[in-house]
Design a protein around this ligand. Structure first.
Ligand SMILES: Nc1nc2c(ncn2[C@@H]2O[C@H](COP(=O)(O)OP(=O)(O)OP(=O)(O)O)[C@@H](O)[C@H]2O)c(=O)[nH]1
Ligand SMILES: [Mg+2]
Length: 205
């Protein structure tokens, strides 16, 4: 089984004063909802965040059924791609599933499908109908991705798609994804409004 890597080192500026990673979404910290969705498809969890987030996130993860390790940012505020690099650098699994802490509907069926598709590649990266890649909801071989991120950052390039171009990656299109699970998997929560919408969605299930 792969490792799970949850990226949580952002500042939640669109969300407001508090850290969205640990905001209680229908009673459960959002990052815990993400982690709970992954229990059947990973065998350990790596949480990437800043040092100042560690204690509250650790609280949110109490009694999680899998081992949890922290990969603390050495270069905080360098963007999500730097977070992915830091998280993946802590993994010695053959593959790792990366998910952002603000994707509470991540669908294990979609993750399993990505794990099938990645075979023979360095990464399996979803692309939705709007044309956007989803590198914060993707599967990677840690070593080449860490190297590609480091190279991109060394070029002064923080764009999250930049490291992909150094990898042998397979693009997994929306039509294919839709057949294997729920596209809600890619929903991400940025604002209070989106947070409330996600709560309504959860209460309806
Ligand atoms: N390690 C690390 N992770 C980040 C950084 N910026 C964003 N992230 C994470 O990447 C994911 C997607 O980022 P955003 O949706 O932009 O989250 P955010 O930056 O906290 O929120 P905004 O300030 O509103 O952009 C989230 O899981 C964030 O925690 C960063 O500078 N470092
Ligand atoms: Mg951001």
């Amino acid at each position: 089984m792969p490792a799970g890597v949850v990226i949580a080192g952002g500042r939640s500026t669109r969300f407001g004063k508090s850290d969205k990673a640990v905001a209680p979404l229908a009673g459960v910290p959002m990052i815990r909802r993400v982690a709970d969705q992954l229990v059947d498809v990973v065998d350990e969890l790596v949480v990437n965040c800043r040092e100042d987030q560690r204690a509250t996130i650790d609280d949110a993860m109490s009694d999680y059924p899998l081992p949890v390790r922290f990969a603390i940012d050495t270069d905080p505020d360098t963007g999500p791609m730097a977070g992915i690099r830091t998280g993946l650098a802590a993994c010695d699994h053959h593959y790792a599933v990366v998910v952002a802490c603000d994707m509470p509907f991540v669908d294990p069926a979609i993750v399993s499908f990505l794990l099938n598709r990645v075979d023979g590649y360095d990464a399996a990266v979803p692309r939705l109908g709007d044309g956007w890649f989803q590198p914060t909801h993707a599967v990677y071989r840690p070593e080449p991705m860490v190297e590609a991120c480091a190279a991109a950052l060394a070029r002064g390039e923080r764009r999250i798609v930049e490291p992909l171009f150094d990898l042998e990656y397979v693009v997994v299109e929306e039509d294919e994804l839709r057949e294997h699970g729920s596209l809600d998997s890619f929903e991400n929560v940025n604002t209070r409004e989106e947070f409330e919408r996600a709560e309504t969605q959860l209460e309806g299930t």
